[in-house]
Design a protein. Structure first.
Length: 202
């Protein structure tokens, strides 16, 4: 079982706010566990590892998938860290989440996996599908799908729709206008440390 299925607030307490993982906020500000309140100096490796875990947990990726994205980002011209964030943000499950169709990324992944979402009019059930500018992401024309999304739209995970997306709540369809810009990434993360972590692993 490679995907994390344990208590989500435990992860939030350890890594800080993860808007894609859960909408709940932890009551305790210190990390979980017996030694959670003990302040100890963290090594540089521990800091890089924590940033990597933030990305993994927020987007719900396995270590293998994460490594694949890092390698893909390295092959693209430009800042590897920024490209990595763009690749993760342009995933279909994340796009569905950012449009407000689901309260969290795991919920958005379930919507996609269960065939409730279409891309350019065709059902797509692959959560890792990379959305491209010009593509239309919509709710499948079925009563079950529409009811699910309409209920989710009452309580969106994030209040602001990023500038690269547009969404029509009456038609339950949206459009990807461009690739996301760095300032619209909701997760507080230092992507350079993530790239550094993997450069030392390779």
């Amino acid at each position: 079982m490679s995907r994390y299925r344990g208590p989500r607030l435990r992860i939030v307490r350890r890594l800080g706010e993860l808007p894609g993982l859960t909408r709940k906020s932890a009551r305790r500000a210190y990390p979980p566990g017996q030694h959670g309140q003990n302040r100890k100096k963290r090594s540089e490796y521990a800091i890089r590892l924590e940033e990597k875990q933030k990305l993994r947990m927020n987007y719900g990726l396995t270590e293998k998938q994460m490594l694949r994205y890092v390698r893909k980002a390295r092959r693209v011209a430009g800042s590897t860290g920024q490209v990595l964030l763009q690749l993760l943000e342009m995933r279909l499950d994340n796009t569905v989440f950012r449009m407000g169709m689901a309260p969290t990324i795991p919920a958005a992944r379930q919507l996609v996996n269960h065939g409730h979402v279409t891309v350019n009019g065709k059902p797509v059930d692959i959560a890792s599908y990379q959305c491209r500018p010009g593509e239309e992401v919509a709710v499948r024309n079925r009563e079950v799908s529409k009811k699910l999304v309409e209920a989710n739209l009452q309580y969106p995970g994030l209040a602001n729709l990023p500038s690269h997306l547009e969404f029509d709540k009456t038609k339950l369809s949206g459009k990807v206008n461009s690739v996301i810009e760095r300032e619209w990434v909701a997760l507080q993360v230092n992507e350079l440390l993530v790239v550094e972590y993997y450069s030392r692993q390779a």
